[in-house]
Write a protein that binds this ligand. Sequence first.
Ligand code: FAD
Ligand code: DHB
Length: 392
Amino acid sequence: MRTTVGIIGGGPAGLLLARLLHHAGIDCVVLEARTREYVEQRQRAGMLEQGTVDALRECGAADRLVAQGLVHQGIELRFDRERHHIDFPVLTGGRTVTIYAQTEIVKDLVALQLADGPPLLFEAEALTIEKPVSDTPVVRFVHEGREQTLSCEWVVGCDGFHGIARDTFPPGTGRTYAHDYPYSWLGILADVAPSCDELIYARGESGFALHSMRSPRVSRLYLQVPNGTDPDDWPDDRIWDELAARFAIDADWTLHRGPITAKSVTPMRSYVHEPMRHGRLLLAGDAAHIVPPTGAKGLNLAVSDVRLLARAFAELHRTGSEQLLDRYSASCLARVWQATRFSYDMTTMLHTRPDADPFDHRLQLARLRRITASRHAAAELAANYTGLPLEW
Ligand code: FAD
Ligand code: DHB
């Protein structure tokens, strides 16, 4: 098999890149290790920046998003049994965010790709990338029980944090920066109407909780839990009781409870791999960087990466210039580090470290009070949350 751009990974990064390249008249092949059902059901992100919505709209993948996505004008911060609204349009000159599940984005992109796009192969696991520093890199992969090769001009690793592309960088050609956090998230999906109109980020006495949603009838909630937590140790009543305690305020408000349909624990980590290019191998999305989920930057960063990459390939296709491809890694990393900083700040401001002392608690409250007391501080949060510019 032969193509111009070989894309490893059919998550949001790989699928959106394929659509953008298709629109620019550049051919590509997407290799996805898992089944279609698996990638379409994997529960993850839900909060989309305006730039992410725009990118999906520009490539014709936003019909359902526009019809069913929930546009939010802000978020609520809860601490000290008080609630505070952060008004995004007022603080940012009109920006909003949209709640639409990653599972639905993947379904929309897969359907388009299978209808009119270049090949998207499921159960096609990339094994190795050969000759990345040459004009003819090759991806070896297994599909339908036999080993095959994909000869490319360029290879893009969109294969997530546990993929193979990043490991293809020879020792000494890259550097990683990592930070592990001393807590995890227990995430649930529940068949119950959300108890709020906008997302609630709560700093409770016993830890963080987040109230999000997937639709007017489905709630998505997260709870800070110790690392190594077994979800089976959290029966449904215990989860609802703990969520209710962390969201509690001195006002009339009730957390609606309902049947829990999914439960999983996610560890939290910041990780950046520099650079994001080795010869003709480029990385995009979680393959190059991950952030802790507080602040919802992961999917949005993946989308920003592939927007820049598609633009660079389009320029190469149109003019023969590799200038934008040469700038790709540095352009992405500038924005990635800003999101890494923001996610770290949000995480450490709202979660309770197991070894936290009274000084830490007071400091967290002072950080939160600053945001709710100062328009300047609130505007800084709003600018980061709704999305920084694509290029720095
Ligand atoms: P992935 O989604 O991981 O896709 C990579 C794909 O590559 C997978 O389909 C995998 O099967 C495939 N693959 C791997 N290895 C190979 C191989 N060898 N060959 C072929 N295919 C391979 N982000 C937000 O922006 N907003 C949020 O609200 C948010 N909430 C989150 C909540 C949780 C609980 C979690 C865990 C994450 C959240 N994120 C959020 C992060 C977001 O989900 C990820 O950043 C996003 O999935 C990254 O997309 P990706 O395409 O880069 O990687
Ligand atoms: C969601 C996840 C997040 O990490 C976040 O900050 C906001 C929303 C979600 O899954 O809906």
